[in-house]
Design a protein around this ligand. Sequence first.
Ligand SMILES: [Zn+2]
Length: 308
Amino acid sequence: MSLWLPLPAYARQNFDNVEIHVLPVQGNVYMLVGAGGNITVQAGDQGVLFVDTQFAPLSDKILAAVRKLSNRPIRYIINTHYHLDHTGGNESIANAGMTPNVGPGANLQRPTATIIAHDNVLNRMSAPTGVQPPRPAGAWPTDTYVSGQKELFFNDEGIEVIHVPAAHTDGDSIVYFRRSDVVSTGDVFNTTSFPYFDTGAGGSINGVIDALNRIIQIAIPKHEQEGGTYIIPGHGRLCDEADIVEYRDMTTIIRDRVQAMIKKGMTLDQVQAARPTKEYDRRYGATTGPRTTDMFVEAVYRSLSAKK
Ligand SMILES: [Zn+2]
């Protein structure tokens, strides 16, 4: 979910009492819950891989928790998107790691972990020469991809970093651990609120639905029981395919309702008054706070009304 609010809201947040909870998911994969977006960790003989890094003030606690899982070097960080609640710890966690075998020399190594992300994550963290960038260079991705997907093989399993276009932002990746059978979704999926898509950063409601469908395509449930593919959402609890199917259906129903109302020529006020989210409000809605149901309906309305 992440930031409706600009940076100062986070500057006021106190992390002293935040604890990092580690949940073994399946195979080599763990879910770390603290403050901000969920972290996924994959650990094995070759080292440690992170998906997202929460906030910088939590890095010491996160590293201490990961050291109980593995003493091997931190080799990779994959960012699902650029928001600070998912990338705030990039620099400190990358600095705790290393990248072996870089360059033509046999034993050359880079003294930081490799940060992988879609190219638009780098674009949103950096700036042209001479302009103050939004984020320090040490937090930037060092290995980006432009479209489709990026693949790596690490700790005996294939890992797919898959771009889902124009969804929560314009630089979203979902990460599929093929052998462990776990998908880390970033903020295209969460269990705590209606979908949030950052329209100021290229997000869209239809992109979110496409991303949810892509995850459903990957996931295979275990017949008539819990298990099969596990899904780690951007925020909220560990899920399986049935959870994400339900969320996709809800999102699609609301999208279709708002689309039909726009077709009838209804204004935003009229659409909000018609409550297209009504049977879902108790579970996902909010009337106060940084992200209200009215704001969600407005974002859907504007996303569907936007000229292509
Ligand atoms: Zn986010």
